[in-house]
Write a protein that binds this ligand. Structure first.
Ligand code: 3H9
Length: 659
């Protein structure tokens, strides 16, 4: 077969009288300048080829096209720009058909939309996730998608960035056919189109909108946007498609795309995108193979242990759950079965998959049942004595080559490891609650952890579909260390004059889903209280210390679960409690503090600085590997708004703006 090269990453060959153009730009066939040039040359070539009835565009490997090359977004656009490429495809006199062999995302979806026909294999997914990068589609997506699937679906897909699988795309009318061999089917489709007027997506009328449905989709999308600009712009552009010409719609889309591309929000989300891809890549693990893991033991089947069990079961592991008594083991089982049932109800798990999970689950009160497991995770109460005792008992039960993981949020796993016979097989896995839902896992590389043990823990977390961030052992790791500093600063401000509700309101207006005092109440105030008591003996007496949180705990105000904490709760609604206000005022008076006013900007600036300062300490101590890791932990574990990039990103932004 003769192959013609159109650029370094685009080539073509004739198949049954059709020019099949392949984009081959690993790892995801991103639309780099070289790819865009190659596509233009391929279209020119097709025009000059008398024997070619049409063109098929496909991707090499598992992906069709993963979108524009995000790395190019930090520099000015280079011709040929993508909207010119999609315009040329749509205006081609010869039929152009997309053979979508895998993910068609962002610019990849826009290429497919500009084609005159679309054939997808079962592996295809289709989406315009630009809002997740703080931008809107910039090559016709907002104008062409509603012309194929209607405004309501387009608002939902583009406004949320949600991708759809091939069968859903077919139902929406987004693709014309599903085929095992998408290229062969696309070639046939191109032949079928050769002698009829071409169906150009941009020339279609927008599918008449159901206004109520569109409005409902728009409200849903905007409710989740929490101050992010891109979703609102995406919704506006899609809705405008029905009200204006294609030309004007495309011009508006391009201007909006370019404006957002240069925004802090887009820079923040790009930082998060690349930080996620870097997370879990540990240089010292290069060439180290993880140990095989088939069966996982989980000791402690409370909410945390049950959540971990559900994650492990749905990822295909066999799970043996252990509790102290038969009764508790049965309760744990009921909890796990309930969580699996909920997953099945919501469609996240098929009935068959749920059944298979249950077949792989055993629960018992007998610790020796873990004698054959490959990995045992303890998820019992976060207390040094209890965890030490359990790990020592596990030492005598599990195989010599089994890995022991401790799920602790505050304790230093090095201390736990030191109390065991084989500290080299101990690793920390700090899950966040609810563990079957939350993506983040801090993977703790203890002083003695063997490299293959760390590699196994990392591979395990990835197979659970989690976002693992590796850090060194220390009390509180990355997240809780920063959270403590953040809470300390918030309490300083309370003592100095800001009320908890003012601080929470400032944080929520800035983009946090919940202010810090409301979060503390939700999590319960007793864990941090216990930690402060533990540290009391070693605390520097000259360091500033705010007693208000201790006084709340002493008064039995432990947060939501006791009906009151920083706030009072009735029927789930939180209200400011005059007793807390009085307690704060008394505490200020006792120290002779004259309260002062804090603006919302000042509150946020103080809190961001406290997080970034602690982050810098973690980096200098070698506990965190990178600023990106710290940002990921705060975004995925502590509600830091992703579109603000994380505390370290904010600190860099501030430094750059002063430079
Ligand atoms: C856009 O298209 C704008 C247009 O509307 C308008 C333009 C005018 N660019 O995720 P993985 C890298 S905006 C550059 O682990 P997977 C990634 O950094 C774009 N690089 O793979 C990583 O590099 P490394 C809209 C990219 O198999 C490697 O590829 N598109 C891009 O798990 C592997 O990544 C999106 O937002 C990119 N577009 O998943 C889609 N994508 O190995 C973003 C990935 O050095 N991409 N890389 O760490 C994805 O969602 C997934 O990568 C994908 C594959 C599902 C495609």
């Amino acid at each position: 077969m003769d192959v013609t090269r159109f650029s370094g990453s685009v080539y073509g060959s004739i198949r049954d009288g059709v020019l099949v153009v392949t984009i081959d730009n690993p790892p995801v066939n991103a639309l780099s300048t070289d790819v865009r040039e190659g596509l233009c040359r391929a279209l020119d070539h097709a025009v000059s080829l008398e024997g070619a009835a049409g063109v098929v565009i496909t991707g090499a490997g598992r992906v069709f096209v993963g979108g524009a090359d995000i790395r190019e977004f930090a520099t000015p656009p280079v011709a040929p720009i993508l909207p010119d490429v999609t315009q040329r495809i749509e205006q081609s006199d010869k039929p152009v058909v997309a053979a979508i062999n895998g993910a068609a995302l962002g610019g990849g979806a826009e290429i497919a939309l500009a084609c005159h026909g679309r054939v997808a294999s079962a592996a295809a997914i289709f989406g315009l996730p630009e809002v997740k990068l703080g931008i809107v589609p910039g090559a016709g997506g907002t104008q062409r998608l509603p012309r194929l699937v209607g405004t309501a679906h387009a608002v939902e897909m583009i406004g949320s960035g949600r991708s759809v699988k091939a069968d859903e795309a077919k139902r929406f009318g987004l693709i014309d056919a599903l085929a095992d061999d998408a290229v062969a089917e696309a070639v046939t489709l191109a032949h079928g189109m050769a002698n009829a007027p071409l169906r150009r997506t941009g020339e279609l009328a927008v599918v008449p909108a159901d206004e109520a449905e569109t409005e409902a989709m728009a409200s849903k999308v905007l409710a989740k946007a929490r101050g992010q600009v891109a979703p609102a712009e995406a919704v506006r552009l899609v809705r405008a498609a029905a009200l204006t010409s294609l030309e004007k719609g495309l011009a508006d889309e391009r201007t909006t795309f370019l404006r957002l591309r240069d925004s802090d929000e887009a820079a923040a989300l790009r930082h998060v995108f690349f930080a996620e891809r870097q997370a879990g890549k540990v240089a010292k693990l290069e060439g180290i193979s993880p140990r095989p893991v088939v069966t996982v033991g989980i000791v402690g089947l409370g909410l945390m242990g049950s959540g971990i069990a559900v994650s492990a079961l749905t990822a295909g592991y066999c799970v043996i759950g252990v509790e102290q008594t038969d009764d508790d083991a049965q309760k744990g089982r009921t909890c796990i079965v309930g969580l699996l049932g909920k997953a099945a109800q919501s469609g996240r798990l098929t009935p068959d998959a749920r059944k298979a999970c249950l077949q792989r689950l055993a629960t018992t009160a007998d610790l020796t049942a873990l004698s054959g497991v490959d990995l045992a995770i303890e998820a019992v109460f976060d207390n040094l004595a209890i965890k030490t005792d359990l790990l020592q008992r596990l030492d005598g039960v599990v195989r010599p080559d089994a890995i022991l993981a401790t799920n602790t949020s505050y304790l230093n796993p090095d201390e736990l490891a030191a109390a065991t016979i084989h500290p080299e097989r101990i690793v920390g896995l700090h899950f966040f609650s609810p563990a079957n839902v939350m993506r983040l896992v801090e993977v703790i590389d203890c002083a003695a952890t063997r490299l293959d043990v760390l590699a196994t823990a990392l591979a395990f977390a990835k197979r659970l579909g989690k976002l693992p961030v590796v850090c060194s052992a220390a009390e509180g790791f990355i997240g809780n260390r920063i959270f403590s500093a953040y809470r300390r600063e918030a309490e300083f401000m309370v003592e100095d004059g800001a009320m908890p509700e003012e601080i929470d309101a400032a944080l929520e207006a800035w983009g946090f889903p919940m202010g810090i005092f409301a979060v503390n109440d939700m999590a319960g105030l007793e864990i941090a209280w216990a930690r402060r008591k533990r540290q009391a003996a070693t605390r520097n007496p000259n360091e500033r210390y705010v007693e208000i949180a201790d006084q709340l705990c002493e008064a039995g105000r432990l947060g939501r679960k006791t009906g009151c904490g920083w706030y009072t709760y009735s029927s789930g609604e939180k209200t400011v409690d005059p007793q807390v206000t009085a307690l704060i005022e008394t505490a200020r008076k006792a120290k002779g503090i004259v309260p002062r006013q804090f603006s919302a900007d000042e509150i946020v600036a103080h809190l961001l600085r406290s997080m970034a300062d602690e982050g810098s300490v973690l980096l200098s101590e070698g506990i965190a590997g990178s600023a990106g890791d710290i940002d990921l932990v705060m975004i995925n574990g502590y509600g830091f708004p992703a579109h603000k990039g994380g505390p370290m990103f904010q600190a860099r932004l501030k430094r750059d703006s002063h430079a």
